[in-house]
Design a protein. Structure first.
Length: 150
């Protein structure tokens, strides 16, 4: 029951909306914060050097303060910001789906925890549609009936 609730589309949408509201509040009030994210869903442009990218853990925290805070943009279902990485402060534009934010932290205290199981929801829907279309194509040819169990 809990798994069903946490992965329900409506529940996931409510969590994403709540994340967006909190981000807007923090940005409007000039409050520095950190986000804990699923690094697999984060994009870097330009791509980070391998030695930096490989140093990230699956769940990674980004501190949004100073110039990084000033560069934050929240749009559609994404957050983006500019940040420097490594000893040489390699600059990159970081972007991630809002749904990849697991926690929002202010002054070392989590003020939001995302309980939804919404990882790659769009990708899962594409896969389901792809499987459905593949099955329709398979079944549209009468010769393929022999491959189906009766």
């Amino acid at each position: 029951m809990l798994q069903t609730t946490l992965s329900d589309d409506k529940f996931c949408d409510m969590m994403i909306e709540h994340i967006r509201d909190i981000l807007d509040f923090l940005l409007e009030n000039g409050i520095n914060f950190s986000i804990l994210t699923n690094i697999s869903e984060v994009n870097f442009d330009p791509a980070l050097p391998v030695e930096i990218g490989d140093s990230f853990k699956p769940i990674t925290m980004f501190v949004l303060a100073g110039y990084t805070f000033e560069s934050v943009s929240v749009y559609d279902d994404m957050i983006s910001f500019e940040a420097g990485f490594g000893a040489d402060n390699f600059g990159s534009l970081v972007s991630a789906p809002i749904s990849s934010i697991l926690q929002i932290i202010v002054e070392d205290t989590p003020i939001f925890i995302n309980l939804s199981i919404s990882l790659n929801r769009k990708e899962l829907k594409k896969q389901k549609n792809g499987v459905k279309k593949s099955m329709e194509a398979l079944l549209s040819n009468p010769e393929n009936q022999k491959f189906l169990k009766k």
